[in-house]
Design a protein around this ligand. Structure first.
Ligand code: FAD
Length: 438
């Protein structure tokens, strides 16, 4: 970015948790921002806008403070507004967290009038001195932060999406067309699949579901009581990757895998950044599915509900690779290949829902595609996202960081790996604030 006016506002694209809390923290430091969101609902973003009370946080309330230096902020807020939920070890409805973020944003606006400018619109281009919206307006910027969250999955969108294919599982009301006795096929067996099944069953759905994922793994569950994280052993954070894995396994056996995984949390981003591309590639290829199901866990009550569906024969999880979708007017057929097999098979049901995970692809995004073409950004070597420096600044094609262009939240995963959940985002957010304040 060319800093046309160094005293001008920081433009934040995305008014979900990441963008809203960044605006709050900047306002507290005396920095003005324009916060752009495509809808007038600022704060909850995709994750916390759900009105359904069965959609619970997958992180204990005590770890969900939106502010890095006030660890009890969310619990204190719950004590004041929803005292029945103010249990640090509990898993509260996600919509409450959405209200909390909205409150934090409104409080910052009241305390620092004029420092946060809400702009409703679709950001379509990052230009040298501002951000262009779809309606032609240009929001002037001295720096831009991309906090655009998780894009919709791409698997179904890339295929022949008929009207029996539900391509974006995060769109409100997406399940409304599914009949009470309809069977569904879900591509993906992670947290989004779980979300959809909870919502379907709460609405009286009696059908059966087949979930397909590469390994056929389901997310593991949290324990009811908080597990105390175990610090990683020295062997887990240095030396060859295979030895680190061995040390991790030993620690998991002695102290429990949950304690081992949680102990890795604070150092994961540093370990990821320190790893060379070959090690990162091996992690993605071999470890990622296991990492995901042990790291992104289910609230115990949710795990019980999913176990019940499996026990009743209403949820079957199969391992394999989706190949092609063929949709007709009354059904949809998925061509797939089972894991460890070369023989293609088909699955035919009433509906296919794409829960294959966020379709991050900076080269195809209207915002970042032109930056890549112009050499103002580069992809990381594994194609996970834009390459960034340790503070989240976009690295240009020549390797130098752009001092006025940052990425925060899920799209920063190439640089930090763990940039998805609130505890990680709020930490990265402080680095962005410090960089912008400097
Ligand atoms: C279903 C779900 C449940 C989750 N549950 C948890 C949980 O329990 N605990 C936890 O720690 N994490 C959870 N997460 C992780 C979640 O990613 C983060 O907690 C956090 O919500 C990410 O916020 P964000 O602002 O980065 O992204 P988002 O919430 O996706 O917000 C991005 C915003 O940017 C807007 N936007 C995008 N592009 C543009 C554009 N071009 N112009 C204008 N506006 C744009 C979008 O409309 C959206 O409002 C969950 C994620 C999902 C998807």
């Amino acid at each position: 970015m060319r800093r046309s006016d160094p005293s001008g506002p920081v433009v934040i694209i995305g008014g979900g948790f990441s963008g809203s809390m960044l605006a709050v923290r900047l306002a507290e430091r005396g920095i003005a921002s324009s916060l752009i969101n495509r809808t007038p609902e600022f704060g909850p973003g995709v994750a916390y806008a759900t009105p359904f009370d069965g959609h619970l946080l997958n992180v204990r309330a005590g770890r969900m403070s939106a502010v890095e230096d006030r660890p009890d902020d969310f619990i204190d807020w719950l004590s004041r507004h929803h005292p029945g939920h103010a249990d640090a070890a509990g898993f509260v409805p996600r919509r409450l967290f959405g209200h909390y973020v909205q409150d934090r944003l409104a409080a910052a606006e009241a305390a620092h009038p004029g420092r946060i400018d809400r702009v409703v619109g679709e950001a379509v281009a990052i230009e040298s001195d501002g951000v262009r919206l779809a309606d032609g307006r240009v929001v002037p910027a001295r720096a831009v932060v991309l906090a655009t969250g998780n894009p919709a999955p791409r698997m179904a969108a890339d295929d022949s999406s008929g009207d029996r294919v539900l391509g974006d599982p995060w769109v409100a009301g997406v399940l409304a067309r599914i009949g009470a006795d309809d069977d569904v096929l879900i591509v993906g067996s992670g947290l989004t699949m779980v979300d959809l099944l909870l919502q379907l069953t709460a609405g009286g759905w009696r059908g059966r579901a087949t979930a397909l994922s590469r390994r056929g793994l389901l997310p593991r569950a949290h324990r009811i009581h908080h597990e105390v994280p175990t610090d990683p052993t020295p062997g887990m954070v240095a030396g060859p990757a295979s030895r680190r894995l061995g040390d991790g396994r030993r620690l998991a056996r002695s102290d429990g895998w949950r304690a081992m995984m949680d102990g890795l949390r604070p150092v994961t981003a540093d370990l990821w950044r320190a790893a060379d591309p070959a090690v990162r590639a091996r992690l993605l290829r071999h470890l990622r599915p296991w990492w995901d199901v042990h790291r992104h866990r289910l609230a115990p009550v949710v795990a019980t509900a999913i176990d019940g569906l499996v026990a009743d024969g209403r949820l079957r999880v199969v391992a394999g690779r989706a190949r092609r979708i063929a949709a007709t007017s009354g059904s949809v057929t998925l061509h797939w290949t089972p894991r460890h097999s070369a023989t293609p098979e088909t699955l035919t049901t009433g509906w296919l829902i794409d829960c294959s995970g966020p379709g991050h692809d900076p080269a195809r995004s209207a915002l970042t595609g032109p930056l890549l073409e112009a050499g103002r950004a580069q992809l990381d070597t594994l194609g996970l996202g834009l390459a960034l420096d340790a503070d989240g600044r976009v690295l240009q094609a020549d390797g130098t960081p752009d001092p006025g262009l940052f990425v925060l939240g899920p799209p920063a995963r190439a640089a930090f790996w763990e940039s998805i959940a609130v505890p990680d985002i709020r930490r990265h957010l402080e680095a962005v604030v410090t960089a912008l304040a400097g």
